[in-house]
Ligand binder design. Sequence first.
Ligand code: GLU
Length: 480
Amino acid sequence: MDGTVRTRFAPSPTGFMHIGNLRTGLYAYLFARHNGGRFILRIEDTDRERMVEGAEDMVYRTLATAGMDYDEGPDKGGEYGPYVQSERAGIYREYAEKLVELGGAYYCFCTKERLESLHGENGTHTYDRHCRDLSREEVRARLAAGEPYVIRQKVPDGVVSSYRDMVFGEISVASEDIEDGVLLKSDGMPTYNFANVVDDHLMGITHVIRGTEYLSSTPKYNLIYDAFGWERPQYMHLPPIMKDASRKLSKRYGDANFEDFVSKGYLPEAVVNYVALLGWCPKNNAEKMTMKEMIEQFDVDGISVSSSIFDEAKMRWLNGEYLKAMSEEEFFSVSAPWIAKADPDGRFDQREISRLMQTRADVLGDIPEKIAFLNEFGRYDLGMYEHKKMKMDVEVAKRAVKVAISAVEGLDVWTEDSIRTAVCLAAEKEGMKSGQVMFGMRVALTGQPSTPGGAMEMAVVLGKDESLRRLRFSDALLRE
Ligand code: GLU
């Protein structure tokens, strides 16, 4: 290797991609790009029982949507493939056998029954190293006889395995606390414990970036690097993202799925931006950042050792900032499908609705509900006209709606300004407060207690004909 930084994202296709997985991949991506290095995707599918159909495609889709382009991967190729672990079975076997030769591993023929008999009170057991010192001849004979076996790590006696994690600092584990764990299973598949080492080495990974669940097993993995005589990578372990004070986000419980957020109307770039902030604070304290800015700013010093809590309210806020910062045209292109949900026949002016929504929706998925009044209009509760502070009641509303109708029915130009001018003039002539007329008009136009805008905005969105139809309907309703 030539000193180029190489990081990898190694998801297991066992379900959807939750925000915590995505963040691990994102940091590996940002770190590689920040250092002008390469970012590699590897699919870890050796646990065949936990595989979920379609999950691998979801990984590709998610990375594409999130804007995390990788340089090497199953669908991209690269010099160090294959990049799917199930296609590397021969490689793991070869290296497991090599490790046996090197004295770092051994064949174990213990039966399931024997292993079960080792169970302690709490149901777990530590392997008693029964096969650790079998003679070469015996091993050869038992292999030749076709006895099933696994290959186990031969953890050296009396050493302390230490390394310096880039986030957590010095981590040490004494070898007496490390089990001679299985590296190659009887079905010939490697365990994660073995595959991660072989792959990271062969793929030239310089920095291993992953969750803290591996922080304390890494000394064990390092003993494998040492036994092979391989250079160890650097490690960056990341604290968990919590659902609340006591529970980690988990795909098992359907928590915080990236694709769900996108289908609920979050912008992928806003989710990615928010995810980046879960456990990392850039030096300039920026919150809203493009991918390019995150790449520039990314540095390990800003990564926190404590867990962070996933706060959807904060993500909503950030998403709203992204929406507000868009040009009118850009916002229209992303909001149009959501507007169409509430107005499928295009009866209303979609551009006006889009303009109205840009500052009022934090998430695009809020739009249909906010504009439901476009399609839903009928008899409503007249109590909505009551407003103490504005001195509004049904009697005042009757007058207000009349004034509104007379003010706007002759208008040729239908804009917020022209409607406002006409309504204010008419209110003054009738000796009413314009605020009262506007309030009455807004209720009369929508039949809703709260609306995403005032009377003028509602009238413009509805258009002149529909506005007048609704004002007349309300006038009649008030007089029943
Ligand atoms: N497949 C492992 C996981 O999804 C990856 C761990 C690692 O990055 O080494 O947790």
